[in-house]
Structure formats: C-alpha cells, structure tokens
Design a protein around this ligand. Structure first.
Ligand SMILES: [Zn+2]
Length: 481
C-alpha cells in the first residue's frame, strides 16, 4: 500500500514536471520573438539599457523607479511587474564585466510584456511581484571591469556598505523582504563540470548563510528550485551544469541576503563552445529564470526531493581554450613529452567596446586531469621554433607559415596591437628572445611530423597548414612594437 501511494505520488510529480517541461521547451523555441536584439555583445554599457528602461517606464504594466546612483552618477532603476503578494528580487551585473543576465533580464521583460503565454504569465503575475535591478555596477560596465569606480568589489561590501551601489542593493532587499532572490553573475569560461570535459555553462548555488552551511527551510527551497532549473537546462546543454562552491563569505551580498531570510539562488553564466558573446548562455538564463518563476508561482517546486541537489556535479576549473597533448619538445639536445594548456585572454580595445585575444601558455607538463575546448593529440609531432624574416608586405600569409615563419619584420600599421592575419608582426628594432616553452609565454610555434611542418600555433590558435586559412578557428595575431 505504501509502495502504491509512493508510486502514485511519483507519477503525479512527473506529470507536473512534464507539463512544465512543455512550457520550457516552448520558451526555448520561441525565444527569438522576445530577445532584445540591441544587446547582442557582452560589452554593454549603462547608456545601452537606458532607452529600454525608458520604454518600460512608459508602459502601464510596469513600475519603474530610480532607486539610486552609482559613484559616477549613473542612475540605478528598479523595474517591477505583477500583482502578487510574494516579492521576488532579481539583480544583475554587480560585477561590471558580467553582463549575460542583464541581457536576459530585458528578454524576460519583453516576454512579460507580450500577449503570448497568457495562462502561464497570469499564474506568475497574480501570485508574484517581480522586481528587477539590472546592471548594479554601471561604472564597472563602462570600462568592462569587475570592480566599481572606487576599486572595490561590491560583492564584498554587504556589511560595510561604502559603495552607493551596495547601499541601493541593501535598501531594496530590506524594503522587499523577498521570498526568493536571484543573484546573477558570470563566471570564468574555464570552469568545467567536475571530472568531465564539459564547460560549466551554467552554475547554480543555494547560497549558504553561515560557516556551518546549515540547511534550513529557506535554503532548502532554493535547492529545490535549482534542481528544477537544472533538469531543464540538461535538455539544452547536457552535462554542462555545475554547482558553485558553497563556502560562506561573510562580506558577500548573496550570503547575507540568505541570512536575512531570502531563498537565495546564484546563477553563474560560464562558457559554451563557439559562443564568445555568450548569446546561447543568455538564452539559457532566460529559460532557466522564467521556468523558476513559474514553479515558484505554482508552488510545485516544494515536491522536489532536496537530495537531488547533491547530484549536480561540483564546479571545477580544469579547462583551457586549447590543449595540445603528448607533443615532443626538444631542450638542450634531449626530447621530452609535454601537454600544453593554452589560454586566449581578451584584451580590451580603447573605449572597452571590443577586444582582441592574447594567447599564453597557462600550464605545461602532465595535464591529463585537464581538458580543452579544443584538443589536439600531438603524439608523434615535434615542436619547431618559429622563424623571423623581414618582408615588405604580408600578402600570402600561408606561404610564410609553410616555411616555418611566424614573425615578420615589416612596416607596422599605426596604433594597432593586433592583426587578423595569422602572423606576428614586429618592429624593425625588435630583438626576439630565445625560443622556449614556459607558462606565461605567448604560444607561437610550429608542429612537425615525419620531418614536415603540418601545423602552426599562432598566438594560441592552432592552424592546419594543409588547409586554407579561411574557415579555421583563428582570430588574431599580435603586433610587437
Ligand atoms: Zn560576479
């Protein structure tokens, strides 16, 4: 009998979950209808979201209030919608270079404004009142940096409250006393789901409220909603969800807001293959947050076993952009076998609107516990140091590469630090350092097999020399002055 009741309740639970899965797949499929297309690059600034905020402030469905200002005087706005008695508070980009959820918030606002999905939205907006505070750190966003204009991390200012941005966040939190809070961030693209080569595209955390990491009902509710969101994201990014570290940080907002009585859900947007502007990840935020709001409004999350939270893999940080395995490297007349872990870091251009890549060797040696977004098995291949030549122009880059030339001494374009051609340009007075592989150096060299050059690595990008350059994964070389 007990067994029958149990299986019946499991069947009912899976029925409700199925019904909601239908909603979420519709959310995913119809996303483009609601996407705010003006925000399609990560380097968004305060001025980019002002016309959108204006648009919602003229819309009777929304309440828009100025709730504060940044240190440099940029307005912070709270956008609210719904008539429910339960407040939900969502804030994004307290770290200025973490914009993915800010973009998703505007997609969600368009969704809430549109006539579609009426039944589901009636449920959400009659039960809940939603409050969005997008881009908490506009001064940081202006220069695409984590910290605010004071040079502090707003997420370590929840107790001292020196930053006006932090004061605003605290004030809104106190005035709403929300049941659920969504603390929306980006994390490094080098995080993976533990013991797998899958990036942690989305990571969740039911933020702890004390060092002991106790689980009270408030925290358990966050865990249940996270289990729900994870099940959904698994459909679109299988294996690409991680659990963020739950170490208690007494100075952080999430931890304190959890302590002050809100079920606190941290969402971190990580990396996704071939998605440098994180637009697919933004879409996953949209689906994830809207489906969470739906299960909160319906109360269905309460039936989810809290233990399932533990089944989500931990975050780890074991990814490189490019991993070259088992390559032969000759040093002082002897051959050694190495793995190379290569990062391609972003360097902002003036104005912080665009960037170029600068490669570095992150680690070398036995990297068998690490993974790459791109992996090349170089068993039987040997590293060949690059040559430097002087030339009037770089007309046929593949010819240089096939001859083992990576550095060209030539007339340099003014003011540029990078070029789209797969070569490294140098000034006429440039003195090359002796070639050597060490962590921190720019990875530029060739690979040889059976005495023939087969591949070039230029600024951390791997090129197959038997193929045309077009269509290969290459972004930019560097210019050394
Ligand atoms: Zn952050």
């Amino acid at each position: 009998m007990i067994k029958n009741i149990l299986s019946l309740s499991i069947a009912l639970l899976s029925l409700t979950v199925c019904a909601q899965d239908a909603l979420t797949s519709k959310l995913y499929e119809t996303y483009e209808q609601f996407k705010e297309t003006s925000l399609d690059k990560r380097r968004i600034k305060h001025q980019d979201i002002q016309p959108l905020i204006q648009q919602f402030s003229g819309n009777p469905k929304f309440e828009v209030r100025k709730v504060g200002e940044s240190i440099e005087g940029r307005d912070l706005h709270l956008i609210s919608i719904g008539s429910g008695s339960e407040n939900i508070f969502l804030w994004s980009q307290m770290h200025g270079d973490e914009p993915t959820a800010t973009q998703a918030i505007f997609d969600i606002l368009h969704f809430l404004d549109a006539p579609d999905f009426k039944e589901e939205k009636d449920v959400i907006l009659s039960k809940l009142k939603l409050h969005f505070l997008p881009m908490v750190n506009p001064d940081g966003a202006e220069v695409f940096q984590r910290r605010n204009a004071l040079g502090i991390d707003i997420n370590r200012d929840a107790l001292r409250l020196q930053s006006p941005e932090g004061q605003t966040l605290k004030h809104i939190r106190d005035s709403l006393d929300a049941s659920f809070g969504f603390n929306l961030h980006d994390q490094s693209k080098y995080y993976n789901a533990e013991l797998t080569n899958k990036p942690a595209t989305i990571s969740y955390l039911d933020t702890a409220y004390n060092y002991e990491k106790d689980i009270n009902e408030i925290r358990a509710n966050a865990m249940k909603v996270i289990v729900y969101m994870n099940n959904i994201i698994q459909n679109y990014a299988p294996g690409q969800v991680g659990r963020y570290s739950d170490d208690f940080e007494p100075r952080a907002f999430g931890d304190n807001i959890a302590k002050w009585g809100t079920s606190l859900i941290l969402i971190e947007s990580g990396g996704y293959t071939n998605d440098p502007e994180k637009q697919e990840i933004r879409k996953l935020n949209y689906v994830s947050i809207l489906s969470a709001l739906y299960t909160i409004a319906k109360g269905t999350y309460k039936d989810i076993p809290v233990e399932n939270y533990e089944k989500i893999p931990h975050n780890d940080r074991k990814l490189f952009d490019l991993k070259i395995e088992n390559v032969t490297y000759e040093l002082l007349g002897k051959d050694y076998i190495l793995d190379l872990g290569i990062f391609r870091h972003e360097v902002d251009l003036k104005g912080n609107d665009e960037f170029y890549y600068k490669g570095t060797i992150g680690d070398q040696g036995d990297l068998s516990t690490f993974y790459g977004y791109e992996t090349f098995d170089a068993s039987g291949y040997k590293i060949v140091p690059p040559k430097l030549v002087t030339a009037d122009n770089i007309g046929k880059p593949l010819e240089f590469l096939k001859n083992g030339v990576a550095y060209v001494k030539t007339n340099l374009p003014e003011n540029a630090a990078h070029l789209e051609t797969p070569l490294q340009l140098v000034h006429e007075n440039f003195k090359p350092k002796p070639f050597g592989l060490q962590p921190g150096v720019n990875p530029t060299f060739f690979l040889e097999k059976d005495g023939k050059l087969t591949h070039a690595v230029i600024n951390g990008f791997l090129l197959d020399l038997s193929k045309p350059i077009e269509g290969q994964n290459f972004e930019n070389g560097l210019i050394y002055r």
